[in-house]
Design a protein around this ligand. Structure first.
Ligand code: ZN
Ligand code: ZN
Length: 322
């Protein structure tokens, strides 16, 4: 297949007509995002080369998944910024949000705006990433289409006005400054590994190798895991799983995705009560992000924590009785 035909086929797969009209997306692929997303996946594959291995790097994967994925994305971006499921000190909110920004999933205001639009039009024409268009669209495609700047501004104005009021979040959105923070975090990981090894007396080549292992495992592998897990919520949990609540959308609770995302995969529960800080409604629906918020509450760092509404609690009680 020629390059032109390949690009045309990819464009057709990425641009379902109805969504393009409804969301005012441009008709062009955003090659920057394509290269960035494909690039970070390829860089993560370096983990298969023994030269890039270190036990410290390996240990940084679960730590990073919790810190950047659970705390940054699930707690910071999703439950705090988007749904205001609880309140916390401003410095703590900003810390969570900066961690989430390092996950390569757009600026905090834009992430919030897209997700709020998803909740308003779930599995309808104007849902930004419904799998009703196609699985590929919901998982990857919607993220790789060039967004018209005018439409982006309108989306932010409509769905993320409150978030844009914070000068830090507005700065991260302006001129895609969030990308700068992302790159700084990558350099910091490498620099920390390299510098610590040198300080401990390692030769330069060993120090470079250690820094590279921290970068590959502590950044690229972790970034791909958090990115894929989050995209699975957009795709898989609107396709496969069980439902506790009869919501008007196709949201499902998916055990595997819930484990992978530390709680976000209880997505039918979440769509039934988006404001609730707790997504796992039954004792066996493990929700580590919720446990984190609850722990913050116990030490006085979280308050006004929303829990499942009384109506849902009644449905839940009825379900437990069966
Ligand atoms: Zn959803
Ligand atoms: Zn949500």
């Amino acid at each position: 297949m020629s390059d032109e035909l390949l690009i045309a086929a990819l464009a057709r797969a990425l641009e379902p007509e109805p969504l393009r009209r409804a969301s005012h997306h441009s008709t062009q692929i955003d090659w920057f995002y394509v290269f960035a997303v494909v690039g970070v996946h390829l860089l993560a594959l370096l983990a298969f080369l023994p030269w890039f291995f270190s036990w410290t790097g390996l240990l940084l994967v679960p730590l990073g998944m919790y810190l950047f994925g659970t705390v940054g994305t699930c707690v910071g971006f999703h439950r705090l910024l988007t749904h205001r499921s609880f309140s916390c000190p401003r410095w703590l909110e900003r810390t969570f949000v900066l961690l989430g920004t390092c996950c390569m999933m757009e600026s905090p205001p834009y992430w919030t705006a897209v997700h709020r639009q998803h909740h308003q039009f779930t599995d309808e024409e104007r849902d930004p990433h419904s799998p009703l268009k196609s699985f590929f669209w919901s998982h990857f495609g919607w993220y790789m289409i060039r967004v018209d700047p005018q439409w982006r501004a309108e989306l932010l104005q409509r769905y993320a006005k409150d978030v844009m009021r914070d000068p830090l979040y507005a700065f991260l959105e302006r001129n895609h400054n969030w990308l700068g923070l992302l790159v700084i975090s990558w350099v910091a990981f490498f620099g920390a590994g390299w510098g610590i090894a040198l300080a401990l007396g390692a030769p330069m080549t060993d120090a470079l190798q250690f820094g590279a292992s921290i970068l590959v495992w502590g950044v690229f592998v972790r970034t791909v895991e958090v990115f894929q897990a989050t995209m699975c919520v957009n795709s898989i949990t609107h396709l496969w799983g069980y439902r506790n609540y009869n919501t008007k959308d196709n949201s499902k609770n998916n055990f595997c995705i819930a484990i992978l995302t530390t709680g976000e995969g209880w997505h039918n529960n979440h769509h039934a009560d988006p404001r609730s800080a707790r997504h796992g409604h039954f004792w066996w629906e493990l929700d580590i992000a919720w446990l984190t918020i609850r722990a913050l509450g116990r030490i006085g760092l979280a308050w006004d924590v929303s829990i499942p509404s009384p109506q849902l609690a009644a449905v839940k009680t009825a379900l437990e009785g069966h």
